[in-house]
Ligand binder design. Sequence first.
Ligand code: MRU
Length: 330
Amino acid sequence: MKVRTPSGTRDMRSVWWEGGRLCLIEQRLLPRTLKVVRLSTVEKAAKAIEDMAVRGAPAIGAAAAYGLALAKPGKLGEAAERLARTRPTARDLFRAIEYVKAAVKGGASPLDAADEYVETVVEACKRIGENGADLIDNGYKILTHCNAGALATVDYGTALAPMRVAKSRKKRFFVFADETRPRLQGAALTAWELVNEGIDHAVIADNAAGFFMANGEIDLVITGADRITRNGDAANKIGTYEKAVLAHENSIPFYIAAPMTTFDLSLECGDEIPIEERSEDEVLELGGKRVAAKGARARNPGFDVTPERYVSGYITEFGILKARDIAKLG
Ligand code: MRU
């Protein structure tokens, strides 16, 4: 991804391995500060995932893969268990752990396995961009939710990848980025990526999407996903479901962009997806300051499930799939 710094534009990934350590962009400090943290223990890698210094389904998979490369000799199983306890919803996290464990069993080193896993994911996202770019016509206004960009995926993004490719093909289009309460991934992260890429956009309050849809100002919705089941139901950041219902109501195509590592063919439907519930404070506070009355309580599910009937198609590295194609993948 392109990152603008005071000393010029540089190309960066959100997660990588360097000098024997897991390196990642500390996403909680963006957009104010671009800081790289370098982690040398499994526990630190697990904490970074749990506390969302790194977030986004493919990116936490990559961090877990490299996290396993930090395990002490003979401690890979223990490390895998710790990393698997960090966040429950994104399939990619578990896929990455399974991949590295299987490769090590087959004789690979954990680091080689992690590198291979990460490169596969980066390549998949690149292809998602190429496969999805044709959905974007000149003049389109596109809505996206949360951050499904390079920050969330190591590079390119899922939902943002077709936009990057469309931009490189000189298409004219405009992006509406939902702010995405409670953690504001849209305002803080998606807008930062769009600024860096020079893509025209506006951040909107989560509650504003229906207004723009009803006024004919949105032509297409593209979001990412954290886990997609055999029937095509898809868990993604809380608020995605209501955007899908609104898109349906307003006859607007709603696409989900995701690599194969997000698909969970062991689950029949969305009811089976474990949904993370995070701290009440994320809802009761804004920017670290309490906004709700003292004594007020909150509920904070991190994800919701969009039923497949609202999804026009799944933009993957293998092309744009329909829900009925998913079960045939394996
Ligand atoms: O809680 P987060 O920020 O990890 O949630 C991220 C999302 O819901 C993204 O939309 C999803 O992981 C797709 S990322 C390519």
